[in-house]
Design a protein around this ligand. Structure first.
Ligand code: NDP
Length: 477
């Protein structure tokens, strides 16, 4: 397989100006397999200049129909490259190949959606009191930066770049240091599909150097970030200096609420993948389960039985459901949470061990008898760990759900429609599912309340977020 190893800058692969490189390790085998150029401040400056040139010399003013045509071409190239993209993703982060194929296809669909959206994206005419003609324009911002994480590298890169490009911006994409390959592939394929040089550039590099340089560059108008709440908060503080726009999609501690009147056996069967998919490295992971007392014991039994059936192992095999964790460091961080749970007296209904000696694997872990002051209950673990607690009273359960500083997603299982609506309205989260664990829909807004973020990815909300709203008044029309 041909691995991209350089920056994608100004329409071509280039070395970094400092010559610095980042080493990539396959998390399934612990073997180093590549070195990739790491951008520094000079590369960020060059990319911003190239992006500005591209924006002013044509991309900003391109006819919407032509922009749509190019983005449909990008989608087609991505569809033709699903297998290659999927294999790169599996290699760099240990994502099970079946999931990696689905996510590569999702990336293509995101480009199709926003290419189509260009022709329906419009302003308003407003009947102002003094007469005349008043209307609004949605105008692109210019150069925007997308800083993305390692857990869903390709789809998140697509769902930040596609709406930004569709709205007429130029984008500089900074992938996480652990996962530069599929982002670089996106830059290369998009250019081959007709995006002019400088419109989409990809700069692998460390967060503290390349990321920081993008966030503080005066010509970058917006930062769209997905990652930890800690870094998101730092980006917001830095962006405040020159009032850069930000959208932040951050951590989560999402609830999975199961009422006794639901089809709870179905919920028990579906719930393992709501928290353990992607080996728990998912901001939407339903890591706090609230189960109504009357069904608690049989529910836990079914849930643990379903968890034991999950196929953990080699991510290149199509039947694998859970691959390794992304890095030794991420696994150690999760094991520290588990050590704390042991010390605090939680009961391990399943898991907690390394299932094999090679690769950064960790069993899916089900914790019972957890205290609400424990770290595993309060903090985002970002690994395959779930806490399951019983509840008696709906109102108290909602208070416990909302006691978290996070508010990203969640699920409610009940056959009572009125209860479903009541609970859904009261849970403080940006994305909720009823009798389902599905959180991400290309056409619908995705993002969090409280410390889970600001702004929205996906849907038309994301495209609006990459524009400035201008009002124009014409007298005597
Ligand atoms: P980070 O938030 O550190 O990284 C996310 C992205 O931000 C990466 O591209 C990273 O680059 C970049 N970055 C890091 N520091 C800066 C900075 N100062 N300025 C600009 N960009 C920066 O997440 P981690 O990868 O370190 O993971 C740590 C924890 O974050 C996880 O355990 C999890 O709890 C949470 N997380 C949440 C995610 C979510 O989807 N909500 C996704 C990923 C992590 P680089 O890789 O070079 O550091």
């Amino acid at each position: 397989m041909n691995l991209p190893k350089q920056l994608f800058l100004d329409g071509a692969y280039r070395n970094s100006s400092s010559g610095q490189r980042t080493t990539l390790t396959n998390p399934a085998t612990e073997e180093i397999f590549a070195e990739v150029a790491a951008a520094d401040v000079a590369d960020v400056n060059a990319a911003v200049e190239s992006a500005q040139r591209a924006w002013e010399s044509g991309w900003r003013d391109l006819a919407p129909g032509r922009r749509a045509e190019i983005l449909f071409n990008v989608a087609r190239r991505l569809r033709d490259s699903i297998e290659e993209i999927a294999r790169l993703e599996t290699l760099q982060i240990g994502k099970p190949i079946s999931d990696a194929r689905d996510e590569a296809a999702l990336g293509a669909r995101v480009f199709e959606y926003y290419a189509g959206a260009i022709s329906t994206f419009c302003g308003q005419t407003i009947p102002v009191a003094r007469g005349g003609l008043d209307f609004t324009l949605r105008q692109p911002m210019g150069v925007v930066a997308a800083i993305v994480p390692w857990n869903f590298p390709f789809p998140i890169a697509c769902w930040k770049t596609a709406p930004a490009l569709a709205a007429g911006n130029c984008v500089i994409l900074k992938p996480a240091s652990l996962s530069p390959l599929t982002a670089l592939k996106l830059g290369e394929l998009a250019h081959a599909a007709g995006l002019p040089a400088g419109v989409l550039q990809v700069l692998p590099g460390s967060g503290s150097t390349a990321g920081d340089a993008l966030v503080t560059h005066p010509a970058v108008r917006k930062i769209s970030f997905t990652g930890s709440t800690e870094v998101g908060s730092r980006i917001m503080a830095l962006a405040a200096r020159d009032l850069k726009r930000v959208s932040l999609e951050l951590g989560g501690k999402s609830p999975n609420i199961v009422f006794a009147d639901s089809d709870w056996k179905k919920a028990a069967g579906a719930s393992p993948m709501s928290v353990f998919a992607n080996t728990g490295q998912d901001c939407c992971a339903r890591s706090r389960m609230f189960v109504e007392r009357g069904i608690y014991e049989p529910f836990v039994e079914e849930f643990v039985a379903a968890t034991k059936k999950l196929v953990v192992g080699d991510p290149t095999k199509p039947e694998t459901q859970l691959g390794p964790m992304v890095s030794a460091g991420q696994r150690t961080s999760v094991e520290e949470f588990l050590a704390d749970a042991r010390k605090r007296g939680s009961r391990f209904a399943f898991g907690g061990e390394r299932p094999q000696s090679k690769g950064y694997y960790l069993q899916p872990t089900v914790l019972l008898e957890v205290d609400k002051s424990d770290r595993c209950w309060r903090e985002e673990v970002f690994g395959p760990v779930v806490c399951v607690v019983p509840f008696d009273d709906e109102a108290q359960m909602i208070r416990d759900v909302n006691a978290s500083p996070y508010g990203l997603s969640g699920s409610v299982w009940t056959d009572d429609l009125r209860r479903a609506m009541r609970v859904a309205r009261q849970v403080e989260a940006g994305v909720l599912s009823i009798n389902s664990h599905s959180s991400v829909h290309v056409e619908a807004p995705f993002g969090g309340f409280k410390q889970s973020g600001i702004g929205r990815d996906l849907g038309m909300a994301a495209m609006e977020g990459y524009t400035e709203l201008k009002n124009i008044y014409v007298a005597d029309v």
